[in-house]
Design a binder for this molecule. Structure first.
Ligand SMILES: *Cc1c(COP(=O)(O)O)cnc(C)c1O
Length: 247
């Protein structure tokens, strides 16, 4: 990796601003910190990067004490849960995350609703879509999205704030990239459509799409947040098993 964390973050911010070309506001960065230690993550705070994403509950719980202990009094990370989430793990994170981005099925939403209500909070969530129909990465199929939204929007412990998508790995050829770009455009269109028809109580304001390999395409197509790991921290310290993992 070239440069410091600071210079990489600044470069990403500049590129994102340039890529959105005035058509959309540049997306926020969610720094994906999986496999990296609290020691590596904490410097983000002094760079004004407060939003981070973790994809595994176990790993998040192990890091939390050090993240809290190392942060100054008035500065706290806002932690997004971005990975596939097992229903039985919801209880461990219900008080620690600012958003669960990977809600892709009713059983998971029901458990979040139940735990959030018991904790006296309303949990912001994104519904996860699988743009290319890759169920192994999590995410609901396009046709499942509206029925899921209708059910979830009625849950008092949940506030739907938008959509999250994990794109497929595309071939670097022009054809592959055009296909990927089409998926980003389709996802943005679907987001806008749902925003128009959204049931009461749903605030369609977040479109979380784009990772280290495709954040510029995501910015061009109206992502409001990109989730960036390796372009910020370098390669992961160890391979992962699940989710977007295999990218
Ligand atoms: C790991 C991960 C990312 C970030 O991946 P990079 O390619 O390292 O930027 C984004 N989203 C999800 C859901 C992930 O699991």
């Amino acid at each position: 990796m070239d440069g410091t964390l600071k210079s990489r973050l600044e470069e990403l911010r500049q590129k994102l601003a340039a890529a959105s070309e005035g058509r959309y506001a540049p997306p926020r960065i969610i720094a994906v910190t999986k496999t990296h230690t609290a020691e590596e993550i904490l410097p983000l705070l002094s760079l004004g990067q407060f939003e981070i994403g973790e994809n595994r509950v176990q790993e998040l719980m192990e890091k939390l004490p050090a993240l809290h202990a190392g942060a100054p009094e008035n500065e706290k990370f806002q932690i997004h849960l971005i990975g596939q989430l097992q229903t039985n793990k919801v209880k461990y994170i219900i008080n620690d995350v600012c958003c669960i981005q990977s809600v892709d099925r009713l059983s998971l939403a029901r458990e979040i609703d139940r735990r959030a209500q018991a904790a006296g909070r309303v949990m912001p969530v994104l519904l996860q879509l699988s743009p290319a129909g890759e169920p192994q990465k999590g995410g609901a199929a396009k046709e499942e999205l509206l029925p899921l939204l209708r059910e979830v929007s009625r849950m008092p412990g949940i506030c739907v704030r938008g959509l999250m998508a994990v794109m497929p790995i595309a071939d670097p050829s022009p054809e592959g990239q055009a296909w990927l770009e089409g998926l980003f455009a389709e996802t943005r269109a679907l987001f806008e459509h749902i925003r128009e028809i959204a049931p009461e109580g749903v605030r369609m304001e977040e479109l979380s799409m784009g990772m280290s390999g495709d954040y510029l395409l995501a910015a061009r197509h109206g992502a409001t947040a990109v989730r960036i790991g390796s372009a910020l921290f370098g390669p992961r310290h160890y391979p992962e098993k699940d989710g977007a993992a295999n990218r």
